[in-house]
Design a protein around this ligand. Structure first.
Ligand code: GLN
Length: 498
């Protein structure tokens, strides 16, 4: 697939072509829909695509533009959505049998904002059920394949969001990140993936997994596209009580104004320790050397409590999930068993049939850590350690502007390799989870390819609300390298062919 094809370009490039009248949104949307038809039979990023609705939005965008009423740079740009965010009249399954037939009666706030920016919102993207997983193998509707190598996983839980951008089936996509579900799949599929500061983007209409950790964010082909997405979607929302007050948010201009800074970069020594694949390490180390060569200062820092991040996350996230998922009882919401003889059995059977293995495992774990007698020992203690993890970052950011390390310990693994070993699956997020626990913005940027041709991602973590600077740091690297902006080659082993 050559980058000259419309569906393989970046949103910033396409915004210009649209503004200059060189292409129409219908051309662009058609190119994406055709690409989906050609390759999604093997990538399987989408659970459903409403072709007519997408083309109707594209036509409306072209008409607006013809009347001189363009809504801005995203007007007419196709943007596909993880099947966990609500769009009026579209399915909202969370890749679960529990919500197999659910159609959303309302728009998420992020969706309202993207509609107001004119984006062509289309498609429901595959994911791990209720966003629980790291490989998109936990979907009740089949796994998604990594477009770089169809035998490998795209990462998770937003695997469909990452794979669709990497396979040039859409220009942009939306995902959600509770412990790494944007950054890890972005790293595995060679896209940019960004999780903003907790509270920057409204969670209203994002189906809740772990409410104190969940954030919406973009998958893009370049850093500027991520800034465009944030410009459209960030902002206070009275419908989300954890939403931050409005901030000044011109990320595109903000990142451009910071581009010549000589940053102090911290490298957490715990992120380059045992368990890191040598090729990932080598790529990240050479990225760090690049920054040194640009006049940045690089300093080793320590996040002494980071080894507790995974266990703390699996206590807090499961506790919150057990409470959030209580509503799916077959009575108020979700799949209803047809075999129950009374109300109690209806509840048991509906949940038993509707939820998959991993979701049940987490509900049980979460219920356990919240139960009387264990609450203090697990839940409360985990909250305390969460504060220590947050403080580690405060201490590090007293010395440096941002942190750089690997996004993931390995490149994309093969399908089936970890699916029966939850603990090893959980470790896929060892470098990403801490940013969620501390509420910090973090992103993955493509920084290399392994000897087997798999993408490698570096992670940048910034202090709260410093997204513009984080984007500027990422762009500095991107401008000097060729790793972003490429789509998975059709010639890759087992790769998607058009
Ligand atoms: N992989 C992690 C989990 O399984 C993170 C998921 C996420 O960020 N939604 O919980």
């Amino acid at each position: 697939m050559s980058a000259s094809e419309l569906n393989a370009k970046t949103a910033v490039e396409l915004a210009k072509l649209l503004a200059d009248g060189e292409i129409s949104s219908v051309d662009l949307t058609t190119a994406c829909l055709n690409r989906i038809e050609a390759v999604d039979g093997s990538v399987k990023a989408f659970l459903s695509v409403d072709r007519e609705d997408a083309l109707a939005q594209a036509r409306a965008s072209d008409e607006r533009r013809a009347q001189g009423k363009s809504l801005g740079p995203l007007d007419g740009i196709p943007l596909a959505l993880k099947d966990i965010v609500a769009v009026t009249g579209q399915p909202l399954t969370c890749a679960s049998k529990m919500l197999e037939n659910f159609v959303s009666p309302y728009d998420a706030t992020s969706v309202e904002k993207l509609k107001a920016a004119g984006a062509v919102l289309f498609g429901r993207l595959n994911m791990d059920e209720f966003a629980m997983g790291s490989s998109t193998e936990n979907s009740a509707f089949g796994r998604t394949h990594n477009p770089w190598d169809l035998d490998r996983v795209p990462g998770g839980s937003s695997g469909g969001s990452a794979a669709s951008v990497a396979a040039a089936e859409t220009i942009l996509s939306l995902g959600s990140d509770t412990g790494g579900s944007i950054r890890q799949p972005a790293a595995f599929c060679g896209t940019v993936g960004l999780k903003p500061t907790y509270g920057r983007i409204s969670r209203f209409g994002l189906v809740a997994f772990a409410s104190s950790l969940d954030q919406i964010g973009p998958f893009t082909r370049c850093v500027e596209d991520a800034a465009l997405f944030l410009d459209a979607v960030c902002g206070h929302d009275p419908k989300d009580s954890t939403s931050l007050p409005d901030q000044k948010t011109d990320f595109l201009a903000g990142m451009a104004s910071l581009k010549d800074r000589k940053w102090k970069i911290g490298v957490p020594k715990e992120f380059l320790a045992e368990g890191l694949d040598p090729e990932v390490r080598a790529s990240v180390e050479s990225a760090i050397e690049f920054y040194e060569g640009q006049g940045c200062t690089v300093e080793e820092v320590s996040l002494p409590h980071s080894s507790y991040a995974v266990p703390v996350y699996y206590i807090l996230a499961t506790a919150e999930a057990s409470s959030n998922l209580a509503r799916y009882d077959g009575i108020r919401y979700g799949h209803r068993s047809e075999e129950a003889k009374d109300g109690i059995e209806l509840y048991y059977k509906s949940r038993g049939e509707g939820f998959g293995e991993e979701v049940k495992r987490r509900i049980m774990l979460g219920t356990y850590v919240l139960s009387s007698g264990y609450y203090d020992a697990y839940y409360l203690r985990a909250q305390k350690v969460r504060s220590l993890i947050r403080k580690d970052f405060d201490d590090a950011f007293a010395k440096v502007d941002c942190l750089i390390g690997p996004a993931t310990p390995t490149v994309a693994f093969r399908a089936g390799d970890k699916v029966d070993d939850p603990l090893s699956m959980y470790l896929s997020d060892v470098y990403t989870i801490s940013a969620n626990l501390a509420g910090l913005p973090a992103m993955s940027v493509p920084c290399g390819l392994s000897s087997e041709g798999c993408p490698i991602g570096m992670q940048i973590i910034s202090p709260v609300l410093q997204e513009a600077e984080m984007l500027a740091v990422a762009k500095k690297f991107e401008d000097a390298h060729e790793f972003s902006g490429i789509v998975a080659p059709d010639s890759a082993k087992g790769g998607a062919s058009s």
